[in-house]
Write a protein that binds this ligand. Structure first.
Ligand SMILES: *Cc1c(COP(=O)(O)O)cnc(C)c1O
Length: 427
Protein backbone atom coordinates (compact mmCIF):
# COMPACT_ATOMS: atom_id res chain seq x y z
CA UNK A 1 0.00 0.00 0.00
CA UNK A 2 1.29 3.44 -0.94
CA UNK A 3 -0.08 6.60 0.58
CA UNK A 4 0.70 10.23 -0.15
CA UNK A 5 0.56 13.35 1.96
CA UNK A 6 -2.41 15.44 0.82
CA UNK A 7 -0.53 18.68 1.56
CA UNK A 8 2.87 17.70 0.20
CA UNK A 9 2.22 15.12 -2.50
CA UNK A 10 5.87 14.21 -2.93
CA UNK A 11 5.89 12.61 0.52
CA UNK A 12 5.00 8.95 -0.09
CA UNK A 13 4.85 6.31 2.61
CA UNK A 14 4.01 2.66 3.08
CA UNK A 15 1.13 1.40 5.23
CA UNK A 16 3.60 0.65 8.03
CA UNK A 17 5.08 4.14 7.94
CA UNK A 18 1.65 5.77 7.83
CA UNK A 19 0.54 3.78 10.87
CA UNK A 20 3.72 4.54 12.83
CA UNK A 21 3.90 8.20 11.83
CA UNK A 22 0.24 9.20 11.92
CA UNK A 23 0.67 12.57 10.20
CA UNK A 24 2.90 13.64 7.35
CA UNK A 25 5.01 16.80 6.92
CA UNK A 26 3.31 20.11 7.52
CA UNK A 27 0.55 18.25 9.42
CA UNK A 28 -0.63 16.68 6.13
CA UNK A 29 -2.97 13.68 6.18
CA UNK A 30 -2.05 10.48 4.36
CA UNK A 31 -4.31 9.25 1.57
CA UNK A 32 -4.11 5.98 -0.45
CA UNK A 33 -2.51 6.38 -3.89
CA UNK A 34 -4.70 3.61 -5.28
CA UNK A 35 -7.96 2.08 -4.18
CA UNK A 36 -8.91 -1.48 -5.08
CA UNK A 37 -12.38 -2.07 -6.55
CA UNK A 38 -14.61 -5.06 -5.79
CA UNK A 39 -16.69 -5.97 -8.87
CA UNK A 40 -18.54 -8.87 -7.36
CA UNK A 41 -20.13 -7.18 -4.38
CA UNK A 42 -22.80 -9.85 -3.90
CA UNK A 43 -20.33 -12.62 -3.23
CA UNK A 44 -18.24 -10.34 -1.02
CA UNK A 45 -21.34 -9.50 1.01
CA UNK A 46 -22.20 -13.20 1.30
CA UNK A 47 -19.10 -13.80 3.44
CA UNK A 48 -19.04 -13.46 7.21
CA UNK A 49 -17.89 -10.24 8.89
CA UNK A 50 -14.31 -11.19 9.67
CA UNK A 51 -13.45 -13.04 6.45
CA UNK A 52 -15.01 -10.28 4.33
CA UNK A 53 -13.18 -7.62 6.39
CA UNK A 54 -9.89 -9.50 5.96
CA UNK A 55 -10.39 -9.51 2.18
CA UNK A 56 -11.16 -5.79 2.05
CA UNK A 57 -8.24 -4.80 4.28
CA UNK A 58 -5.84 -7.17 2.58
CA UNK A 59 -6.74 -5.68 -0.82
CA UNK A 60 -6.04 -2.22 0.60
CA UNK A 61 -2.81 -3.09 2.41
CA UNK A 62 -1.41 -5.15 -0.47
CA UNK A 63 1.72 -7.24 -0.07
CA UNK A 64 3.12 -5.44 2.98
CA UNK A 65 1.31 -7.95 5.18
CA UNK A 66 0.28 -11.47 4.13
CA UNK A 67 -3.41 -12.37 3.90
CA UNK A 68 -2.86 -14.62 6.88
CA UNK A 69 -1.42 -11.73 8.92
CA UNK A 70 -4.28 -9.40 8.02
CA UNK A 71 -6.77 -12.07 8.95
CA UNK A 72 -5.11 -12.47 12.35
CA UNK A 73 -5.27 -8.70 12.96
CA UNK A 74 -8.93 -8.60 11.99
CA UNK A 75 -9.83 -11.56 14.17
CA UNK A 76 -8.06 -10.00 17.15
CA UNK A 77 -9.62 -6.57 16.57
CA UNK A 78 -13.21 -7.35 15.55
CA UNK A 79 -14.43 -9.53 18.37
CA UNK A 80 -17.91 -8.06 18.54
CA UNK A 81 -20.78 -7.72 16.06
CA UNK A 82 -22.21 -4.68 14.22
CA UNK A 83 -25.90 -5.58 13.91
CA UNK A 84 -28.58 -3.57 12.13
CA UNK A 85 -31.98 -3.13 13.81
CA UNK A 86 -35.18 -2.20 11.99
CA UNK A 87 -36.55 0.96 13.59
CA UNK A 88 -39.49 1.43 11.25
CA UNK A 89 -40.42 0.55 7.69
CA UNK A 90 -37.34 1.02 5.49
CA UNK A 91 -35.19 2.54 8.25
CA UNK A 92 -32.41 0.72 10.09
CA UNK A 93 -30.03 1.58 12.92
CA UNK A 94 -26.46 0.29 12.63
CA UNK A 95 -25.29 -0.48 16.17
CA UNK A 96 -21.57 0.16 16.48
CA UNK A 97 -21.43 0.03 20.26
CA UNK A 98 -21.01 -3.63 21.14
CA UNK A 99 -17.25 -3.37 21.79
CA UNK A 100 -15.54 -3.10 25.19
CA UNK A 101 -15.97 0.67 25.55
CA UNK A 102 -19.42 0.80 23.98
CA UNK A 103 -18.66 3.20 21.13
CA UNK A 104 -17.67 2.82 17.47
CA UNK A 105 -14.15 4.01 18.30
CA UNK A 106 -13.44 0.46 19.50
CA UNK A 107 -13.28 -0.75 15.87
CA UNK A 108 -10.64 1.75 14.78
CA UNK A 109 -8.75 1.76 18.07
CA UNK A 110 -8.40 -2.01 18.22
CA UNK A 111 -7.41 -2.38 14.58
CA UNK A 112 -4.85 0.37 14.98
CA UNK A 113 -3.37 -1.33 18.05
CA UNK A 114 -3.05 -4.62 16.15
CA UNK A 115 -1.61 -2.88 13.08
CA UNK A 116 0.95 -0.95 15.09
CA UNK A 117 2.17 -4.15 16.74
CA UNK A 118 2.35 -5.85 13.31
CA UNK A 119 4.41 -3.10 11.63
CA UNK A 120 6.60 -2.30 14.63
CA UNK A 121 10.36 -2.55 14.06
CA UNK A 122 10.77 -4.17 17.46
CA UNK A 123 11.68 -0.95 19.31
CA UNK A 124 9.84 0.42 22.32
CA UNK A 125 6.47 2.03 21.72
CA UNK A 126 4.81 4.41 24.16
CA UNK A 127 1.37 5.65 23.31
CA UNK A 128 0.75 9.03 24.93
CA UNK A 129 -2.68 10.57 24.67
CA UNK A 130 -4.84 13.18 26.38
CA UNK A 131 -8.52 12.50 26.75
CA UNK A 132 -11.66 14.33 27.77
CA UNK A 133 -13.33 10.94 28.19
CA UNK A 134 -14.12 8.58 25.33
CA UNK A 135 -10.94 8.28 23.29
CA UNK A 136 -8.92 7.32 26.36
CA UNK A 137 -11.19 4.40 27.06
CA UNK A 138 -11.04 3.05 23.51
CA UNK A 139 -7.24 3.41 23.36
CA UNK A 140 -6.73 1.83 26.80
CA UNK A 141 -8.84 -1.21 26.01
CA UNK A 142 -7.38 -1.59 22.52
CA UNK A 143 -3.77 -1.77 23.77
CA UNK A 144 -4.44 -3.50 27.08
CA UNK A 145 -2.11 -6.43 27.70
CA UNK A 146 -0.06 -5.96 24.50
CA UNK A 147 3.64 -6.80 24.84
CA UNK A 148 6.18 -4.02 24.27
CA UNK A 149 3.61 -1.24 24.07
CA UNK A 150 3.09 1.10 27.02
CA UNK A 151 0.14 3.43 27.15
CA UNK A 152 0.02 6.65 29.15
CA UNK A 153 -3.27 8.52 29.26
CA UNK A 154 -3.65 12.01 30.72
CA UNK A 155 -6.99 13.43 31.78
CA UNK A 156 -8.14 16.46 33.77
CA UNK A 157 -8.71 15.43 37.37
CA UNK A 158 -12.34 15.71 38.44
CA UNK A 159 -13.45 16.91 35.01
CA UNK A 160 -14.60 13.68 33.38
CA UNK A 161 -17.58 11.64 34.49
CA UNK A 162 -16.91 8.96 37.16
CA UNK A 163 -18.34 6.38 34.75
CA UNK A 164 -15.87 7.38 32.03
CA UNK A 165 -12.99 7.42 34.50
CA UNK A 166 -13.80 3.93 35.76
CA UNK A 167 -13.79 2.54 32.23
CA UNK A 168 -10.10 3.22 31.55
CA UNK A 169 -8.45 3.88 34.92
CA UNK A 170 -9.09 0.43 36.38
CA UNK A 171 -7.12 -1.73 33.94
CA UNK A 172 -3.50 -1.72 35.16
CA UNK A 173 -0.76 -3.78 33.41
CA UNK A 174 0.60 -1.69 30.49
CA UNK A 175 -2.07 1.03 30.87
CA UNK A 176 -0.94 4.00 32.98
CA UNK A 177 -3.47 6.71 33.72
CA UNK A 178 -2.56 10.11 35.11
CA UNK A 179 -5.05 12.56 36.63
CA UNK A 180 -3.62 16.00 35.94
CA UNK A 181 -4.40 18.95 38.20
CA UNK A 182 -5.59 21.11 35.33
CA UNK A 183 -8.05 21.12 32.45
CA UNK A 184 -8.17 19.25 29.15
CA UNK A 185 -6.18 21.94 27.33
CA UNK A 186 -3.40 21.57 29.92
CA UNK A 187 -3.32 17.83 29.23
CA UNK A 188 -3.10 18.43 25.50
CA UNK A 189 -0.31 20.97 26.00
CA UNK A 190 1.66 18.41 28.06
CA UNK A 191 1.29 15.86 25.25
CA UNK A 192 2.50 18.43 22.77
CA UNK A 193 5.54 19.23 24.96
CA UNK A 194 6.40 15.55 25.02
CA UNK A 195 6.23 15.26 21.22
CA UNK A 196 8.44 18.35 20.89
CA UNK A 197 11.12 16.75 23.10
CA UNK A 198 13.25 14.85 20.56
CA UNK A 199 15.30 12.95 23.16
CA UNK A 200 12.24 11.76 25.03
CA UNK A 201 10.58 10.83 21.76
CA UNK A 202 13.49 8.60 20.76
CA UNK A 203 14.06 7.16 24.24
CA UNK A 204 10.55 5.83 24.66
CA UNK A 205 9.28 5.57 21.04
CA UNK A 206 6.43 8.06 21.37
CA UNK A 207 3.30 7.56 19.26
CA UNK A 208 -0.06 9.27 19.62
CA UNK A 209 -2.77 6.79 18.46
CA UNK A 210 -4.98 9.71 17.54
CA UNK A 211 -7.93 9.75 15.23
CA UNK A 212 -6.14 10.82 12.07
CA UNK A 213 -4.31 7.50 11.82
CA UNK A 214 -5.24 5.86 8.49
CA UNK A 215 -5.55 2.40 10.09
CA UNK A 216 -8.55 3.57 12.07
CA UNK A 217 -10.45 4.63 8.97
CA UNK A 218 -9.56 1.40 7.21
CA UNK A 219 -11.17 -0.61 10.01
CA UNK A 220 -14.29 1.53 9.86
CA UNK A 221 -14.80 0.83 6.13
CA UNK A 222 -15.64 -2.76 7.06
CA UNK A 223 -18.80 -2.12 9.05
CA UNK A 224 -20.45 -0.29 6.16
CA UNK A 225 -20.14 -3.52 4.16
CA UNK A 226 -21.39 -5.46 7.18
CA UNK A 227 -24.53 -3.30 7.36
CA UNK A 228 -25.33 -3.80 3.67
CA UNK A 229 -24.70 -7.55 4.05
CA UNK A 230 -27.57 -7.78 6.53
CA UNK A 231 -30.09 -6.31 4.05
CA UNK A 232 -31.82 -7.91 1.11
CA UNK A 233 -30.49 -7.13 -2.33
CA UNK A 234 -33.48 -4.90 -3.14
CA UNK A 235 -33.15 -2.97 0.10
CA UNK A 236 -29.50 -2.20 -0.41
CA UNK A 237 -29.99 -1.07 -3.98
CA UNK A 238 -31.28 2.36 -2.91
CA UNK A 239 -29.32 2.80 0.26
CA UNK A 240 -28.96 6.18 1.98
CA UNK A 241 -26.61 6.35 4.99
CA UNK A 242 -26.65 9.09 7.61
CA UNK A 243 -23.49 9.59 9.69
CA UNK A 244 -23.38 11.61 12.94
CA UNK A 245 -20.18 13.57 12.44
CA UNK A 246 -17.58 15.42 14.50
CA UNK A 247 -14.10 14.96 13.07
CA UNK A 248 -15.59 13.28 9.98
CA UNK A 249 -13.52 10.11 10.18
CA UNK A 250 -16.61 7.95 10.14
CA UNK A 251 -18.02 9.61 7.03
CA UNK A 252 -14.63 9.39 5.31
CA UNK A 253 -14.67 5.62 5.93
CA UNK A 254 -18.19 5.37 4.47
CA UNK A 255 -17.19 7.22 1.32
CA UNK A 256 -14.12 4.99 1.02
CA UNK A 257 -16.43 1.95 1.23
CA UNK A 258 -18.37 3.37 -1.70
CA UNK A 259 -15.14 3.97 -3.62
CA UNK A 260 -14.29 0.28 -3.09
CA UNK A 261 -17.56 -0.70 -4.75
CA UNK A 262 -20.21 -0.73 -2.04
CA UNK A 263 -23.38 0.54 -3.72
CA UNK A 264 -24.55 3.50 -1.65
CA UNK A 265 -26.90 5.96 -3.30
CA UNK A 266 -26.16 8.86 -1.00
CA UNK A 267 -24.45 9.78 2.26
CA UNK A 268 -25.69 12.39 4.71
CA UNK A 269 -23.36 14.41 6.93
CA UNK A 270 -25.33 15.07 10.14
CA UNK A 271 -23.90 17.39 12.78
CA UNK A 272 -25.01 19.13 15.97
CA UNK A 273 -24.83 22.92 16.34
CA UNK A 274 -21.15 22.72 15.38
CA UNK A 275 -22.19 22.96 11.76
CA UNK A 276 -19.08 24.08 9.84
CA UNK A 277 -19.54 21.37 7.20
CA UNK A 278 -23.30 21.73 6.55
CA UNK A 279 -22.80 25.50 6.18
CA UNK A 280 -19.83 24.92 3.89
CA UNK A 281 -21.84 22.55 1.69
CA UNK A 282 -24.61 25.15 1.55
CA UNK A 283 -22.57 28.28 0.88
CA UNK A 284 -19.12 27.15 -0.29
CA UNK A 285 -17.57 29.20 2.54
CA UNK A 286 -15.32 27.42 5.07
CA UNK A 287 -16.11 29.50 8.13
CA UNK A 288 -15.61 27.64 11.44
CA UNK A 289 -17.19 29.30 14.48
CA UNK A 290 -16.06 28.78 18.09
CA UNK A 291 -16.97 25.28 19.28
CA UNK A 292 -20.15 25.12 21.34
CA UNK A 293 -20.96 22.50 23.98
CA UNK A 294 -23.92 20.23 23.17
CA UNK A 295 -25.54 17.08 24.54
CA UNK A 296 -23.80 15.15 21.74
CA UNK A 297 -20.38 16.19 23.02
CA UNK A 298 -18.33 13.67 21.01
CA UNK A 299 -19.33 15.76 17.98
CA UNK A 300 -18.41 19.14 19.47
CA UNK A 301 -15.83 19.88 16.79
CA UNK A 302 -15.83 22.97 14.62
CA UNK A 303 -12.63 22.30 12.66
CA UNK A 304 -13.04 18.66 11.63
CA UNK A 305 -9.59 17.23 11.00
CA UNK A 306 -10.62 14.52 8.51
CA UNK A 307 -12.43 16.87 6.13
CA UNK A 308 -9.45 17.27 3.74
CA UNK A 309 -9.61 13.52 3.12
CA UNK A 310 -13.25 13.80 2.01
CA UNK A 311 -12.40 16.61 -0.39
CA UNK A 312 -9.49 14.58 -1.76
CA UNK A 313 -11.62 11.48 -2.27
CA UNK A 314 -14.36 13.46 -4.02
CA UNK A 315 -11.71 15.05 -6.24
CA UNK A 316 -10.15 11.69 -7.15
CA UNK A 317 -13.51 10.01 -7.81
CA UNK A 318 -14.98 13.10 -9.49
CA UNK A 319 -17.91 13.08 -7.08
CA UNK A 320 -19.43 16.52 -6.71
CA UNK A 321 -19.62 17.68 -3.08
CA UNK A 322 -23.24 18.63 -3.79
CA UNK A 323 -24.09 14.91 -3.86
CA UNK A 324 -23.54 14.82 -0.09
CA UNK A 325 -26.66 15.26 2.03
CA UNK A 326 -26.33 17.46 5.09
CA UNK A 327 -28.12 18.71 8.15
CA UNK A 328 -27.43 20.33 11.53
CA UNK A 329 -29.55 19.50 14.57
CA UNK A 330 -30.02 21.47 17.80
CA UNK A 331 -30.10 19.90 21.28
CA UNK A 332 -33.86 20.44 21.49
CA UNK A 333 -34.39 18.70 18.17
CA UNK A 334 -32.11 15.78 19.04
CA UNK A 335 -34.02 15.32 22.33
CA UNK A 336 -37.26 15.20 20.30
CA UNK A 337 -35.76 12.52 18.11
CA UNK A 338 -34.56 10.47 21.11
CA UNK A 339 -38.21 10.55 22.27
CA UNK A 340 -39.59 9.71 18.85
CA UNK A 341 -37.26 6.72 18.53
CA UNK A 342 -38.22 5.61 22.03
CA UNK A 343 -41.87 5.65 20.99
CA UNK A 344 -40.93 3.50 18.01
CA UNK A 345 -39.46 1.06 20.53
CA UNK A 346 -35.80 1.98 19.98
CA UNK A 347 -33.55 3.33 22.74
CA UNK A 348 -31.00 5.75 21.27
CA UNK A 349 -28.66 8.44 22.60
CA UNK A 350 -28.30 11.93 21.06
CA UNK A 351 -25.47 11.21 18.55
CA UNK A 352 -27.44 8.45 16.82
CA UNK A 353 -30.67 10.45 17.13
CA UNK A 354 -29.10 13.33 15.19
CA UNK A 355 -28.29 11.00 12.31
CA UNK A 356 -31.82 9.55 12.46
CA UNK A 357 -33.45 12.97 12.37
CA UNK A 358 -31.68 14.23 9.26
CA UNK A 359 -32.18 10.87 7.52
CA UNK A 360 -35.88 10.79 8.30
CA UNK A 361 -36.32 14.29 6.87
CA UNK A 362 -34.48 13.55 3.64
CA UNK A 363 -35.35 9.93 2.82
CA UNK A 364 -37.37 9.62 -0.40
CA UNK A 365 -39.96 7.03 -1.46
CA UNK A 366 -38.36 3.69 -2.34
CA UNK A 367 -35.07 4.39 -0.53
CA UNK A 368 -33.71 2.37 2.38
CA UNK A 369 -32.30 4.45 5.22
CA UNK A 370 -29.48 3.53 7.59
CA UNK A 371 -28.31 5.71 10.47
CA UNK A 372 -25.21 5.03 12.52
CA UNK A 373 -25.56 4.57 16.27
CA UNK A 374 -22.10 5.48 17.46
CA UNK A 375 -22.49 4.95 21.22
CA UNK A 376 -24.48 2.80 23.61
CA UNK A 377 -27.33 4.80 25.21
CA UNK A 378 -25.92 4.07 28.69
CA UNK A 379 -22.71 5.89 27.77
CA UNK A 380 -24.80 9.05 27.77
CA UNK A 381 -26.98 7.92 30.65
CA UNK A 382 -27.47 11.35 32.27
CA UNK A 383 -28.71 12.94 29.03
CA UNK A 384 -30.91 10.00 28.03
CA UNK A 385 -32.41 9.63 31.53
CA UNK A 386 -33.16 13.32 31.53
CA UNK A 387 -34.88 13.31 28.12
CA UNK A 388 -36.92 10.15 28.71
CA UNK A 389 -37.45 10.69 32.46
CA UNK A 390 -36.25 7.21 33.16
CA UNK A 391 -33.32 5.33 34.70
CA UNK A 392 -31.68 3.13 32.08
CA UNK A 393 -29.57 0.14 33.10
CA UNK A 394 -25.79 0.06 32.90
CA UNK A 395 -24.63 -2.72 30.60
CA UNK A 396 -22.18 -5.34 31.90
CA UNK A 397 -18.82 -3.72 31.04
CA UNK A 398 -19.75 -0.32 32.49
CA UNK A 399 -21.17 -1.83 35.67
CA UNK A 400 -18.12 -4.07 36.11
CA UNK A 401 -15.59 -1.25 35.76
CA UNK A 402 -17.67 1.14 37.88
CA UNK A 403 -17.17 -1.26 40.80
CA UNK A 404 -13.38 -1.51 40.40
CA UNK A 405 -10.62 0.42 42.15
CA UNK A 406 -9.15 3.45 40.33
CA UNK A 407 -5.42 3.02 39.64
CA UNK A 408 -4.59 6.54 38.41
CA UNK A 409 -1.66 8.54 39.67
CA UNK A 410 -2.16 12.23 40.32
CA UNK A 411 0.30 14.83 38.99
CA UNK A 412 0.56 18.60 38.77
CA UNK A 413 0.38 20.27 35.40
CA UNK A 414 4.13 20.10 35.01
CA UNK A 415 6.21 18.64 32.18
CA UNK A 416 9.01 17.31 34.42
CA UNK A 417 6.46 15.40 36.47
CA UNK A 418 5.07 13.90 33.26
CA UNK A 419 8.54 12.92 32.07
CA UNK A 420 9.09 11.01 35.31
CA UNK A 421 5.86 9.09 34.75
CA UNK A 422 6.82 8.33 31.13
CA UNK A 423 10.25 6.97 32.01
CA UNK A 424 8.87 5.02 35.00
CA UNK A 425 6.28 3.39 32.72
CA UNK A 426 9.14 1.74 30.79
CA UNK A 427 10.07 -0.49 33.75
C1 LIG B 1 -16.18 10.25 17.95
C2 LIG B 1 -17.67 10.17 17.95
C3 LIG B 1 -18.46 10.69 16.89
C4 LIG B 1 -17.87 11.47 15.76
O1 LIG B 1 -17.20 10.66 14.85
P1 LIG B 1 -16.19 11.31 13.77
O2 LIG B 1 -15.56 10.16 13.09
O3 LIG B 1 -15.23 12.12 14.58
O4 LIG B 1 -17.00 12.16 12.86
C5 LIG B 1 -19.84 10.49 16.94
N1 LIG B 1 -20.42 9.84 17.97
C6 LIG B 1 -19.71 9.34 19.00
C7 LIG B 1 -20.42 8.67 20.11
C8 LIG B 1 -18.30 9.48 19.03
O5 LIG B 1 -17.61 8.99 20.07
Amino acid sequence: MKLYNIKENDEQVSFGQAVRQGLGRNQGLFFPSQLPFFDDIDSLLAEDFTSRSSKILSALIGDELSEQQVSELVNAAFQFPAPIKAVKDGVYALELFHGPTLAFKDFGGRFMAQSLAAVSDGGKITILTATSGDTGAAVAHAFYGMDDINVVILYPKGKISPLQESLFCTLGKNIHTVAINGDFDDCQALVKNAFDDEKLRQDIGLNSANSINISRLMAQICYYFEAAAQMSKTERENLVISVPSGNFGNLTAGLLAKALGLPVKRFIAATNANDTVPRYLETGQWDPKPTVATTSNAMDVSQPNNWPRIEELCRVKEWGLETLGKGAVTDTQSAESVKELHELGYLCEPHGAIAYRVLDQQLAEGETGLFLCTAHPAKFKEVVDDILETDIDLPGPLAKHAAMELLSEERDNDFDALKEVLYAAQK
